[in-house]
Each structure stands twice: as structure tokens, then as C-alpha cells.
Design a protein around this ligand. Structure first.
Ligand code: HEC
Length: 256
């Protein structure tokens, strides 16, 4: 075999190999922007119905999604709001309620629930004051339902708060209300009650520490022109001291 023919055979093999390779590659081309997965509700030719999503068999409920029509999920019995909690209120439940309220409700209702949260202070529609007799006299599950459904200008908090958390917040709203409306009848018999004045003194403050403070009137406050004169005088001293400050003008070592 001559040198020439072996060379052309080699070229032919290379070309055939390249064609086969390209055919193969184009056959299984798979772009990353076109992944072989189903995006919800996108059509599919795989099923005869043309849907990618299989319809649920009627009457089936996914695990953990059986929100049966109970008081825990609706806050209603016979379509009426109730005073009852669907589970016992422990200190842990109240702490959780306080934490969630401070996060999700305080921006509008404030941490004490008086409706003077920062967003309202900046001009949002006034939020309810939980101490208002109209709101206070609502049954407990009303608060649960306000969080679940929203109320007037207030958006709902169903996606931020689980039903468990909404009940915890409702219980904590009751605790806030009680804190401003407790009477001596609410104190268990035999409890030693101290006045705020006594507690202040024990803590090393004066007895009138908890009472409203009277801040003394400010006297001898300089007028605006007196202030300006004082500032100008101060500016002058600063500029003279900077001018007179010693300067290091000696050439750097080694500099030419
Ligand atoms: C973005 C501000 C905002 C946030 C956050 C907010 N609320 Fe409200 N809330 C309002 C406004 C505004 C109203 C008054 C709505 C109206 O009367 O149209 C209101 C009213 C209420 C009422 C009174 C309903 C009635 O019967 O009058 C309750 C109870 C209440 N909110 C509970 C909550 C709870 C609990 C949270 C936290 C999970 C919360 N709110 C978070 C703005 C807010």
C-alpha cells in the first residue's frame, strides 16, 4: 500500500467518525433550559388526557391535609364563635403566642395590643385596640377567625401562622386584656401583694418611681441667635488652632 492511499483511508475514517459522532450527539441533545420534568399544569403527551398532573381520586385526602371541619380549624360551633380554647393553655402556649404576636401583629397593634404599632403611627389605617370593650367582649375564637380570614383592612395571617399558633396568639390576647383589667378577685387568696411603690424601694428606687414623672421645665435655654453666635465663635477657635498647628514639612528620608 502506498503512502498516499493509507493517508486518504485515514482521512475517510476520521470523516465518517465525525459524522457518526455528530448524528449521535444531535439525537440526544438535552438543553438545561429544557429539563425532562413536569412543571405543574404544563401539558404532556404522555397521558391520554394531555395533562401532566394526575387528577386526584374523588374523596381522597393527602396525609396531614385532613382539616376536618372541627372547632380547631374553623373556630366555629354551629356557625357561631365560641369562648373555648380547643386545647389547654399552658405557659408554653402563652409564650409562643406572645412571640408570634410580637412578630406578626405588633407592627400594627403594638406589643401591648393598643393598636398603636409603628405602621399605624406612620399612617396605616388604625388597627384595633385589644383593650377596647367591643373587641374585648368578642368570644375568643373571634380572634382566631380574624387571623384566619382577615378583617376589613387587615390581611389574613393564615399562611404565616398555623392553626395551633393562631390559637396561641388568641390566648395571649386574652392574657394582655386580663393584664389591664384584673381585679383583686383574680388574685388567689393568701397571696402577698406588694404595691409598685414597695417594689421600687426594694429595687433601690424612690417610692414615687412608678408614678408619672414630672420633668422640670428647662430654664436659661439660649435663643437661636445666641446659639448661632456660640457656634460661630467655636468655628473661629477651631480654624485658628488648625492654622497654628505645627506642620511636618521636612522632606521624607531618602526623598530627593
Ligand atoms: C398591617 C397591619 C396589621 C397587622 C400586622 C395586624 N393587624 Fe389586626 N387589624 C389591623 C387593622 C387596620 C384593623 C382594623 C380593620 C378594620 O376595621 O377595617 C385590625 C383589626 C384587628 C382586630 C379587631 C377585629 C374586630 O372585631 O374589630 C383584631 C382582633 C386583630 N386585628 C388581630 C390581629 C392579630 C392577632 C394580628 C397578628 C396575627 C394582627 N391583627 C395583625 C391591622 C393589622
Amino acid at each position: 500500500m502506498s503512502m498516499h492511499s493509507s493517508n486518504s483511508l485515514f482521512r475517510w475514517t476520521l470523516a465518517a467518525g465525525a459524522v457518526a459522532f455528530l448524528t449521535l450527539m444531535s439525537g440526544c441533545r438535552q438543553d438545561m433550559q429544557n429539563e425532562p420534568k413536569m412543571i405543574p399544569q404544563r401539558e404532556s403527551r404522555f397521558f391520554a388526557s394531555g395533562r401532566s398532573v394526575r387528577p386526584q381520586v374523588l374523596g381522597t385526602v393527602a396525609r396531614g391535609q385532613l382539616d376536618a371541619d372541627t372547632y380547631f380549624y374553623t373556630g366555629l360551633v354551629d356557625q357561631k364563635e365560641q369562648e373555648a380554647m380547643p386545647f389547654p393553655v399552658t405557659m408554653t402556649v402563652l409564650r409562643r403566642g406572645q412571640e408570634r404576636l410580637d412578630i406578626y401583629c405588633a407592627p400594627c397593634h403594638s406589643r401591648v395590643g393598643n393598636g398603636r404599632g409603628m405602621i399605624v403611627e406612620r399612617g396605616y389605617k388604625p388597627a384595633g385596640n385589644f383593650q377596647d370593650p367591643t373587641i374585648r367582649n368578642k368570644p375568643l375564637s373571634h380572634y382566631f377567625r380574624v387571623m384566619t380570614e382577615g378583617y376589613g383592612a387587615m390581611p389574613d395571617y393564615a399562611s404565616q401562622l398555623t392553626p395551633q399558633d393562631r390559637w396561641a396568639v388568641a390566648a395571649y390576647i386574652r392574657a394582655l386584656q386580663l393584664s389591664q383589667n384584673a381585679t383583686m378577685d383574680d388574685v388567689p387568696a393568701g397571696t402577698n401583694i406588694q404595691t409598685l411603690a414597695e417594689i421600687s424601694q426594694q429595687m433601690g428606687y424612690s417610692a414615687n418611681f412608678p408614678s408619672e414623672w414630672t420633668v422640670p421645665e428647662l430654664t436659661d435655654v439660649p435663643t437661636a441667635s445666641e446659639m448661632k453666635a456660640a457656634i460661630d465663635a467655636r468655628k473661629k477657635t477651631i480654624s485658628t488652632t488648625t492654622q497654628n498647628a505645627p506642620r511636618n514639612n521636612s522632606p521624607r528620608k531618602g526623598a530627593k
